[in-house]
Design a protein around this ligand. Structure first.
Ligand SMILES: C[C@@](CO)(OP(=O)(O)O)[C@H](O)COP(=O)(O)OP(=O)(O)OC[C@H]1O[C@@H](n2ccc(N)nc2=O)[C@H](O)[C@@H]1O
Ligand SMILES: Nc1ncnc2c1ncn2[C@@H]1O[C@H](COP(=O)(O)OP(=O)(O)O)[C@@H](O)[C@H]1O
Length: 312
């Protein structure tokens, strides 16, 4: 054990961050750097990733919880490991940590679980080393991934640029979602690529003009699920369905079962169903659990908070 680790003793730090849903996602043309300009309206979901860092002889990752998935890399491709490495380099504090991730957010489902892990790891490592430079955390978050800054701040926000230039939205109330995760997963870059291809090949595909999120913001501000249901939007829907046609059937099943609206979550394949209240959510859960292609069904609410320390 090195001197810095010995000095920290057995102290471990726990932080939490949340998955997200894009209630509005308008995708522009691909830029020279390979990214797409976006207008995204995000809300965090009350599905938490909990990360504990403990000083150790060397950095290692352990995955626990209901969505501990064998496809998540445990080496330096893991976003929590990358977050610790980036902050450790920026602050010149090289303290190896054992990282435990309690996974509640389905992996590769378009719900930002990896981004939440990165945000929680940043907050936990900052506490461990006594760093209170919020601007540094925000800067590193944007380097780790386009969605990491939102996982850090949480709540409700409009994201532009790559999705990482955030303006908070003063939403009200809580929206009830039923999420149908898929037996399959989708790669985010592949869905973006497919969207570009569809736009090149199909005149019926959404064009690449960025749309205005005003109606969505109005519905969120009013806390009105019926109004929100009418204006939910995701430009990635057709591309996700092109790669995984079963998504369309899952969406239709939920609509027929009385969901207010169906929405592909980010790049998919998770489908979110907006419902009016918890009773409605329970009824829909029963039906979706029996739907082909659905892995599991999760009831949750939005918005949740940003990344924060867990004490006690
Ligand atoms: C689609 C969205 C919607 O919120 O979320 P997910 O469905 O993945 O959760 C995001 O744009 C995903 O953000 P994130 O997963 O952080 O992206 P990154 O790791 O930075 O980038 C992965 C890859 O996605 C593509 N990408 C991402 C963001 C963006 N604005 N334009 C892009 O083209 C690029 O091909 C990039 O190489
Ligand atoms: N801590 C992590 N949790 C989940 N996935 C991770 C993590 N670190 C790296 N990844 C990689 O990122 C990919 C996308 O994961 P995730 O964030 O769950 O989904 P999405 O980008 O669809 O929201 C995974 O397939 C995995 O290979």
């Amino acid at each position: 054990m090195n001197a810095e680790v010995a000095q920290l003793g057995a102290r471990s730090v726990t932080a939490r961050a949340y998955g997200k849903i894009n209630v509005f996602l308008s995708v522009g043309p691909q830029r020279a750097d390979g990214y797409h300009d976006l207008v995204s309206v995000f809300q965090t979901l009350d599905l938490a990733e909990t990360i504990t860092l403990s000083p150790a002889a060397e950095t290692a990752v352990t995955l626990t919880g209901p969505r501990a998935d064998t496809t998540v890399p445990l080496d330096d491709r893991n976003l929590a490991v990358q977050a610790v490495a980036a902050l450790s380099e920026a602050t010149e504090t090289h303290i190896p940590v054992a990282i435990t991730i309690d996974k509640q957010v389905p992996v590769a489902g378009g719900m930002g679980g990896g981004s939440a892990d990165a945000a929680a790891a940043l907050v936990a490592y900052a506490e461990l080393i006594g760093c209170d430079d919020a601007d540094l955390l925000t800067r590193i978050a944007a380097e780790l991934g386009a969605d990491v800054p939102f996982a850090l701040t949480g709540g409700t926000a409009i994201g532009t640029g790559r999705g990482d230039e955030l303006v908070p939205v003063a939403g009200s109330g809580a929206f009830h979602w039923v999420l149908a995760t898929s037996v399959a997963s989708l790669s985010t870059p592949e869905v973006y690529r497919t969207l570009d291809e569809l736009r090149r090949e199909t005149s019926t595909a959404t064009d690449d003009t960025l749309r205005d999120p005003d109606d969505v913001v109005t519905a969120l501000t009013a806390g009105d699920p019926h109004a929100l249901a009418g204006v939910l939007h995701n430009d990635m829907t057709d591309a996700a369905i092109e790669l995984l046609p079963g998504i369309a059937e899952v969406m239709e099943s939920g609509r027929q079962a009385g969901a207010l609206a169906a929405l592909v979550s980010g790049s998919g394949p998770t489908v979110g169903f907006l419902v009016a209240d918890p009773t409605h959510a329970l009824d829909l859960t029963v039906l979706l659990e029996a739907t082909r292609g659905v892995r599991d069904v999760v009831r949750t609410t939005a918005p949740a908070g940003g990344a924060h320390l867990v004490t006690g």
